[in-house]
Design a protein around this ligand. Sequence first.
Ligand SMILES: [Zn+2]
Ligand SMILES: [Zn+2]
Length: 817
Amino acid sequence: MTERRYDPQSIEPKWQDVWERERTWEVSNDEVGDAPKSYVLEMLPYPSGEPHMGHLKNYAVGDAVAHFHRRTGRRVLHPIGYDAFGLPAENHAIRTGEHPRVSTAKSIEQFQRQFRSWGVSFDWSREFGTHEPSYYRWTQWIFVKLFERGLAYRKEAAVNWCPVDATVLANEQVIDGRCERCGSLVEARQLEQWFFRITDYADRLLDELDSIEWPQHVKTMQRNWIGRSEGAEVTFSSPEIGVDYPVFTTRPDTLFGATFFVMAPEHPDVLRLAEGTGHEQAVRDYVNKAQTESSEERRDAERTKTGVPLGRFVVNPVNGERIPMWVADYVLMEYGTGAIMAVPAHDERDFDFAQTFDLPIRKVIDCGEELPCSADGPLVNSHRDFDGLHNREALERIVDWLDEQGKGHRSVNYRLRDWLLSRQRYWGAPIPIVHCPRCGLVPVPEADLPVLLPEIADYAPKGRSPLASAEDWLNVPCPRCGGAAKRETDTMDTFVDSSWYFLRYTDSGNDSAPWDTAVTRRWMPVDQYIGGVEHAILHLMYARFFVKALADMDLLDVQEPFKALFTQGMITRDGAKMSKSKGNMISPVPYVERYGADTARCYTLFIGPPDHDADWTDKGVEGVHRFLGRLWRLGADVAEQTGQQEPLGPLDEPEGPDLELMRKAHWAIDKVTEDMAGRFAFNTAIAAVMELVNEAYRQRDAVHPATLHFATATAASLIFPFAPHAGSDVYEMLTGDRVWEEPWPAADLGLLERDTVEVVLQVNGKLRDRIQVPANAPREELEQTARDRPRIQAHLNGHEVVKVVVVPARLVNFVVR
Ligand SMILES: [Zn+2]
Ligand SMILES: [Zn+2]
């Protein structure tokens, strides 16, 4: 027996050196044979400070997929880079004076060092940061393409303004009325801003969700964000002021119940309408007050309704009634046309408003005793042509009638707004536009890109971009007429940078184009994308929009960037989300130093299904470490006994313990393959290798050396995607070969036929887990296997086991108190 001990501190650097020296994971863009391609990508990290355990889990998931794809015969592109522009580096610069470029470089170095120490199989030759001029040159180039196509435009808009960060935020960056970054209440301001016309793509972004393999909950979030609703646009006219106001409604069947008309405080006509009505001052005061409220407050249905009359009337097109116009903050400019017809009998908020201001309420659908009610029912109090009709049928007929009269038509409304991309901040890609007094907005010619970020002395935001202080940079001749002009001083939202980085990886060294269309044709789309569900809306929507817009310009051949998406769960500690402010961030460093990267990687995958949140415990880490040690020592022992040899596979006619162990090995191959290929069930895949190793220990003295050799080499081969260093080391000890060059093992179906059975594990009669075991597994083994399961441990912890009921091939029940 060997006395050698599992020593990740020597094994891991040894294999990392091999991979780095031999550039093992680099892949060329040339088509090699006819191997299918696989593009495996984790969302690129934001380099701020050091990586935490959530990063390690993200890359452990991606690396397992990349290795599995390679060993099942695919040519794998698995690159890495950094989303390096953004506010944290800039805020750090404001505090310390250190240039964002310097702090970003330091952080990137931390990430690089840790990625290497984790042994992630990246193709390092394609690495870049989005803050490098060689990258953002092409971000600017894409901006110009979008501008030329009319997809980037400038307009004055009420924007979300964070008073602390002194910058504009996209709607998506406002969470419950607060800044996503610093938590301050967001204010409304009117500013000239740059937008991308993502709303032009609303229908395609919605419909083409059906063509991709994404988790349903992510698709649902995107659908809700796009917020397509069908209804009608109905025109309310105001003969006395000579203006028509269209409103969008999903309920044109309730039109006869519209008893007043409400406009959003931001509606551009509100102040003008009130002029000369005697309500002017009250309206002005109300509009000013509404500006300071968050849209979250305004959306709150429970809130007491406020508003003021405009002193004007509009005509309801279906019955000619004059109804009063109001301004009220429960109507949002972002929804529909910024004005609504109010039907208090059938809408909760309209009802509350009518009650507050004593406005008439007319029930027009017999939908319930109590008002307001929104259920279906026959129309009442409407018009003899419609009364008595079921409201769904009446809806269609009323819209047809409006259409005939030229007073309305079927219409679709979207919640999605255009993407506000300009930021009044320093650390981002400058928007490549020149403002010329004669020519207007002129894009910077391709030959003059990149527009480099100027060096400035003071990064602090002052309500305008810090770039405006760089006079030499600011004043340029107009590229079109040569006259004196000024550069745009806003920078781009960092989500622009990350909306196309996956294209750049295909050809990151290219300095004559952002990518080569022939090369993107070979690699795109990303076959497996991996990242946090927090990006379900922003990043994933924007990247889809970019790809569709680029495809429309014949710059790409794909319509979707990410064919399949996996969203991993968070790692929590003691049930709490890790955050810098709570000081409960788990750094991978001490774990990698003490137990090795393989242990940390396996543990993040083993603690539960990788798409669920999972709670970190140091005890669990030790359990995984012990398992890898047992596998490694078994490998060393067997190698000492048999010497290096090819894994022979089964004896011709294995029997008894040899047959048992062979079957276990093939069961594990089958189980891990299924868990990898079908469903990302890495936790149960690792558990299957653990079972195989346990079985090998149990049978080691009873089986032929070749059988033990096969079982151990198989365990090393199967654990490799999760623990690449230990897997490589054990496999080499046993065979002299490199496991990553070996094809993925295939299960011998003949050996799988024997029954394994599912045994349910209970604690106090409650189902807590299930295991697959040989049908004849003895009682003691069943009990021990059950006790070793983390989900059972979690329920036994802190309790006294008073009794264990084992029914072989059926169940194990722990009775605890
Ligand atoms: Zn903020
Ligand atoms: Zn000009």
